[in-house]
Structure formats: C-alpha cells, structure tokens
Design a protein around this ligand. Structure first.
Ligand code: C2E
Ligand code: MG
Ligand code: MG
Ligand code: MG
Length: 278
C-alpha cells in the first residue's frame, strides 16, 4: 500500500511540477511584457525616526495583474531571478524612483536589490547612468540587500558593495536575523543600516531569546556607529518595545502601508492610510 501511495504521490508531484512550470513560463512572459509596457509600479512606505519624523521611504515593487490582482514581489522576484530578468527589474525600479522622487519629501529612498544583481559586473555604471539621466544624487539612494547563503562569502558582492558605498550610496542589511551567517555578514560586508526582520519585532516582549537578540544587535550597531531600523511595526506595543530595545527607526503598517506617489501627493508624507497595496 505504501508503495502504491508512493507512486501516486510522485505522479501528483510531477503533475504539480508540470503545471508550476507552465505557470512560471506564462508568468515570465507576462512579466516581460509588464516591464516593457511599464505596468509595474513602485509603492513607498515611510521609515520614521523616534519622534515620528520621516527619515526615508522604502520602495516596494507592485505588479498589478489583470487577472490575478496584485502579485506579491515575494512571488515574482524569484521568478524574475530564474528568468534572468532581475537586472531589468532593478534598473526599472531605480529609474522609476529617481523619476518620482521630486514628488516625495526630500529624504532618501531605500531600494531592494537581489544579491544576484549586486554581482553583475556593470551594476555601478548602470546605476550611475540612471542617476545621471534623472539628475539624482547617490546620497538619496539606500540599497537594501537581503542575506542569502552566499552573500557574505562572495568577494565579488562585497567588492561591488564597497564600490557602491564609495560613490555615496548607502547600504542596508535587510531582514536581519533571518539568514544563516548574520555575524559573518557584519564582518564581511560594508553597510550603514541594519533592518531587523519583522518576525523578531512582533516577538519582542513574548520571547526572551528574541529580546536578547534584538538588544544585542542594537548594541553592536551602536558600537559600530550604524543605524537600526525595526521592520514590521504593526501595533503601538511593537513600537514601544522596539523603542525600548533601542531601535532608531521604525517602519510598518502601524504608521503607514506602502502607497503610490500620487496617493502620497494627496495624503501627505505617509500616504493614504488604510489603503492596502502592501
Ligand atoms: P522587504 O524588503 O523586507 O520589504 C518589507 C515587506 O514587509 C514588504 O512586503 C512590506 O509591504 C511588508 N511590510 C511593511 N510593513 C509591514 C507590517 O507592519 N507588517 C507586515 N506583515 N508586513 C509589512 P512586500 O512589498 O510584499 O515585499 C516583499 C519582499 O519582496 C521585500 O521584503 C523584498 O525582499 C522583495 N521586494 C519588494 N520590492 C522589490 C524590488 O523592487 N526588488 C527586489 N529585488 N525585491 C523586492
Ligand atoms: Mg527591504
Ligand atoms: Mg525587510
Ligand atoms: Mg524581504
């Protein structure tokens, strides 16, 4: 019986994989078209200081899909990576941000780049080209990178990040605490900002290991002269606990959801409260 179940399962699995592959192929075609037609939009979420003052925005890509509603970047970014489209996505986001920036408050905008993108040989040149075309200063851009298993160990990535930083961009380590070698990352990569992942922030005050970890990261950052952002602040309690742990900056639905530039135009710095595109 177990053998038969095994066979049945593997058949099912194969069919799932086939349909996944068909789905992914369709998604890639649609993503390519969406990039060409400029259907992807950047949404901006504010990052606030301890007195609620606006310190920066994070640019978060949105793909409004005719049939599927908004497709999450957690879904389509890995698809773009597998299809070799991730560089196009990155330059697309940078160009849109630089173009729209004059309509935002004059604070830096954080942009997410994948590790695979950081490794591209012409990354810095292409970025500088876009900044040049749009008259944007590198000090207005913070590059957020998420740890992947190979990031800290990758000399090419570390070298590119150093070159990027030397040209006046800042670097933020995103989703800190979720990787495999966080402390090695601190040692190997240049960075200015640490963003503590939301899974830690929502567990503050409920779990001693989390409290100790967040306090330790804040202390390390303080000694290194770096800024700590608490991600995923959803409640007043989250805000109070992250503040008590010493985090310098705060980002999350409690303050504002990501919003398009025209919504921010209408609603002020923090965008249209309550409108969920994030
Ligand atoms: P991330 O860079 O860590 O971005 C933060 C994510 O948390 C965003 O999800 C944001 O909408 C969400 N978020 C913000 N505040 C809260 C909160 O209070 N509670 C909860 N539960 N979530 C909150 P989003 O926009 O779906 O993006 C998911 C991930 O996709 C991002 O995580 C980032 O890794 C990636 N991503 C987004 N845009 C881009 C992009 O332009 N390029 C690349 N390479 N990756 C991107
Ligand atoms: Mg990010
Ligand atoms: Mg993050
Ligand atoms: Mg992330």
């Amino acid at each position: 019986a177990s053998k038969r179940r095994g066979r049945a399962c593997s058949t099912l699995f194969d069919e799932d994989m086939m349909s996944d592959m068909r789905n992914e192929k369709a998604l890639v075609r649609e993503l390519r078209a969406a990039l060409l037609l400029q259907h992807l939009r950047v949404a901006y979420q504010p990052i606030l200081g301890s007195n609620g003052e606006l310190m920066a925005y994070e640019a978060l890509l949105r793909w409004p899909h005719a049939l599927r509603g908004y497709i999450s970047p957690d879904v389509f970014i890995p698809v773009a990576e597998r299809a070799g489209l991730i560089a196009d996505v990155g330059y697309y986001v940078l160009r849109q941000v630089c173009t729209e920036m004059s309509r935002l408050q004059p604070v830096p905008v954080n942009i997410n780049l994948s590790a695979s993108q950081i490794a591209l040989p012409d990354l810095l040149d292409r970025m500088l080209e876009i900044l040049d075309e749009t008259g944007t200063d590198p000090s207005r851009i913070v590059i957020e990178i998420t740890e992947s298993a190979s990031l800290a160990a990758n000399e090419v990535v570390a070298g590119h990040l150093r070159a990027i930083q030397n040209r006046g961009f800042r670097i933020a380590l995103d989703d800190f605490g979720m990787g495999y070698s966080e402390f090695n990352q601190l040692r190997a990569l240049p960075f200015d900002v640490i963003k503590i992942d939301k899974s830690y922030i929502c567990a503050l005050g409920t779990d001693m290991v989390t409290d100790v970890f967040v306090n330790a990261v804040v202390e390390i950052a303080r000694r290194l002269g770096k800024v700590v952002v608490a991600e995923g602040i959803e409640t007043e309690d989250d805000r109070l606990r992250a503040g008590a742990a010493g985090c310098h900056r705060f980002q999350g639905y409690y303050f504002a959801k990501p919003a398009f530039v025209e919504e921010i135009d209408r609603a002020g710095a923090c965008g249209a409260a309550g409108r969920l595109i994030g």
